[in-house]
Design a protein. Structure first.
Length: 768
């Protein structure tokens, strides 16, 4: 059986691309010339690469051609590289899911945020109602907008840590597969990976010339283009250039100025060079960039109390148009060297930088009450070196060292507007800046002992030292509004030792049963947001202990695969970000929501996850997953302020149930054309937006984001050489409307933002 990564076709095993989804979700047309230039470059690359696609015969189909309709009645082996060597997914002794290019195409995955509910236990909430994207695993999540706090879930692109929340909302284009690892992963990935890892693997350059161009058009003036051009430069150098862009109108109408919110124009690109001077040496040099200009939905929606209460769906009335501008850049070099005795050395070096600028009215109403501006910057350096042993008969191992320097910062300004209720304070700003320099040094090792064919014992350890130095400044002009003057320096140094141990038993062929113990730590930090009190700026280190047991089974001649696990995770000194009313408000002024970070004493997350796939009939595959989870505060006294306990409350954005099901059917229509139909059903139960759960302790307003059931579809026809593909797609087919975000404006008004309505479109793909 041919081994491929994930469930992708044999053409993908040769490092070739399928029709990768485009980048962007809610966009408007405001830069057609730029998009036209992008698609024109891709068209030129197709023409320059050789004979036109329609001139090729079936006997001369290109390497990257779409595969013919599959008649296989068995599942392909899923190969993953999470343990830094290619291996069967069924033999990994922890919870992992491989999302393949075929799955991403069937489910119309365009950004990392679209993976929400695709994998049980994974929660990815869009940043349209927050200052940054929310990322959770097994009901435990957060965002790292604040420079003083680190990620719990780590994102990687080709082995490089992507950085903070500004960067994790990343485009998915020309991607081979995405591996989702659930639970602490410190011995496998260099950066802090307290609750899990999302590892994106891009398509790599090859010595075979090929190219692809995809164009979409659809609802709300959707227009997008993506594609790549891969060429052989010399016998040992190949280059791959990938571009993507999208623009689409928003879906919220602002009746204040008759504009649309929730849209924008985004572009992304990546250049890769692969140099293979010898069969034992490979060097990859990569540069990538993202530019996004979006109108967001922060503090926009139908209020449960306040100015927009009772407004029709998808309408709002706000003084300004909330906006976000993001720039992300990165460069990385990866060396893979085969050493004597079949050892393998891998070195990964990277530099990444990002900026994020947000502007919005803090009240979300048609009055100039408070104007808020945030600007976040971040740059990081990383270096990882590891050596992997050959696969000996009874054991194998990987050892490595990792260094990471991160330098995030923020500028935050709250300025009272011209219609602020206290005339003397109109135009008065509160300005704050915060900069953190963080260094991580770690060594790690992971090994497997397999003394018998039916027994494997895996273990590892990670030893890390983290140091942080922070500078926090608040200007004196904020004093009239109650913000104290601050000019302080903070620092910390912490060490951690995190082991992992698992035992796997194979009682019969095709059945693996494992038990796992692992731990993780997240360094303490500092609240770099504007503060009303000089106390409580610093918070302590967080740690987790994970217990997990699972089964991985294949049966019916590899036509059915089921992987399931149960887990319980215990967190100590849990770091919780939340928005609370200021503790000692001035009765003459409107109350303000302030951002705080505190340590909850104990948090527990427990549940089960199951992933399944089945090839029930030639050409027909069914796959998906489900998960049950209960994540709650075991102890959080005074979590909502003095005397307000959150003990027993569920964690924010933690659904009790998640599920997804995809049906994909490929069929030979004629001797020249193949057809494919896929549909995906996703569902989850309701979640709370804040630790207060169903009510604010001060106003009683609801903070619930509804459960939902979403259906998407895709219908495609492909010519037999695979050079031409035409598809129809639809998202939110049923047109369901539900509360997708709930939050409080700075004056305490509670608003609900609705999900994106139905989107339909047509897609044309040309390959060469």
């Amino acid at each position: 059986m041919e081994k491929t990564k994930g469930l992708s076709s044999s053409s993908e095993a040769r490092n070739t691309a399928v029709s990768a989804p485009r980048y962007g979700r809610r966009l408007r047309i405001n830069s057609i010339r730029g998009l036209y230039a992008t698609t024109s470059l891709l068209a030129i690359s197709l023409l320059c690469s050789g004979a036109p696609a329609h001139a090729q015969s079936a006997s001369s189909a290109p390497d990257n051609a779409a595969p013919p309709a599959s008649r296989s009645d068995a599942l392909q082996e899923v190969v993953v590289t999470a343990r830094h060597r290619a291996e069967d997914l069924q033999k990994t002794p922890f919870s992992i899911v491989a999302v393949t290019a075929d799955t991403m195409k069937a489910q119309h995955v365009e950004t990392t945020m679209d993976l929400d509910n695709t994998v049980p236990g994974l929660e990815l909430r869009p940043d349209n109602i927050r200052l940054e994207a929310f990322v959770g695993m097994r009901g435990v999540g957060d965002y790292s907008r604040n420079p003083g706090i680190d990620n719990r879930v780590s994102f990687y692109l080709d082995g490089v840590p992507l950085g903070r929340s500004t960067s994790v909302n990343y485009p998915i284009y020309d991607v081979d597969n995405i591996e989702v690892l659930r639970g602490p992963q410190g011995t496998l990935f260099g950066n802090n990976s307290l609750t899990g890892v999302i590892a994106i693997e891009s398509q790599k350059p090859t010595l075979t010339d090929s190219s692809r161009m995809t164009i979409d058009a659809g609802s709300r003036d959707l227009l997008s283009g993506s594609g790549y051009y891969n060429t052989k430069v010399t016998d040992d150098i190949a280059v791959r250039i990938t571009l993507a862009g999208q623009t689409q109108d928003g879906y919220y109408k602002n009746i204040f100025n008759d504009t649309r919110l929730g849209g924008g124009t985004d572009f992304a690109g990546r250049v890769q060079v692969r140099y293979t001077p010898t069969p034992d040496t490979t060097f990859d040099l990569t540069a990538d960039a993202v530019s996004a200009r979006d109108s967001i939905l922060l503090a926009v929606g139908q209020y449960s109390n306040g100015p927009d209460k009772g407004m029709p769906n998808y309408q709002t009335n706000v003084f300004n148009n909330p906006s976000r501008e993001r720039e992300i850049y990165g460069v990385a070099g990866t060396l893979t060297q085969k050493l004597p005795a079949d050892f393998t050395l891998t070195s990964i070096s990277s530099y990444r930088t990002s900026t994020d600028h947000l502007s919005y009215g803090g009240e979300g109403e048609p009055l100039d009450i408070i104007d808020i501006n945030f600007k976040y910057t971040d740059w990081s350096l990383s270096q990882e070196v590891r050596i992997a042993s050959p696969l000996y008969k009874y054991f194998d191992y990987v050892v490595g060292a990792f260094y990471y320097h991160d330098n995030p910062g923020e500028f935050e300004q709250l300025k009272n507007g011209n219609q602020y209720p206290v005339a003397a304070l109109q135009g008065v700003p509160a300005v704050g800046t915060g900069v953190v320099a963080e260094d991580q040094e770690a060594v790690f090792g992971h090994g497997a002992l397999h003394p018998f064919p039916w027994l494997a014992i895996d273990g590892g350890v990670r030893v890390q030292n983290t140091s942080k130095a922070a500078t926090k400044v608040q200007t004196a002009t904020g004093i009239p509004a109650g913000y104290p003057q601050v000019d302080r320096r903070f620092g910390l140094t912490e060490s951690s030792v995190d082991p992992v141990l698992s035992v796997t038993v194979t009682p019969i062929k095709g059945l693996n049963i494992y038990a796992l113990y692992s731990t993780g730590d997240r360094a303490g930090g500092f609240n770099m947001d504007l503060v009303k009190s000089l106390g409580g700026i610093q918070f302590n280190k967080e740690s987790v202990v994970n217990y997990e047991a699972g089964v991985k089974a294949q049966f019916f001649d590899n036509r059915v695969r089921i992987n399931a696990d149960v887990y319980t995770e215990h967190f100590s000194n849990f770091q919780q970000s939340q928005n609370l009313f200021e503790p000692n408000p001035n009765p003459a002024l409107p109350p303000l929501i302030i951002s705080v970070i505190t340590n909850a004493a104990k948090v527990k997350s427990e549940g089960m996850e199951a992933d399944f796939s089945a090839a029930l009939y030639p050409g027909l595959k069914i796959y998906g997953g489900l998960g049950f989870n209960h994540a709650y505060f075991e102890s959080f006294p005074n979590g909502g302020g003095a005397g307000v306990s959150f003990t027993g409350n569920e964690l924010p954005e933690a659904p009790r149930f998640q599920g997804s099901l995809t049906v994909d059917y490929k069929h030979e229509l004629t001797s020249q054309w193949d057809g494919e139909f896929s549909t995906t059903y996703k569902t989850r139960t309701h979640v709370y937006s804040q630790p207060a759960n169903n009510h604010s302790p001060y106003t009683g307003d609801l903070g619930v984001e509804n459960g939902f059931a979403d259906v998407s579809m895709r219908l495609a026809v492909t010519n037999r050489p695979g050079t031409l593909e035409l598809a129809l797609f639809a998202k939110n087919v049923t047109g369901e409307t539900h509360v997708d975000g709930a939050a409080q404006a700075s004056a305490g008004f509670f608003f609900h933002t609705l999900n994106e309505p139905r989107t339909v479109g047509i897609e044309l793909t040309l390959r060469h």
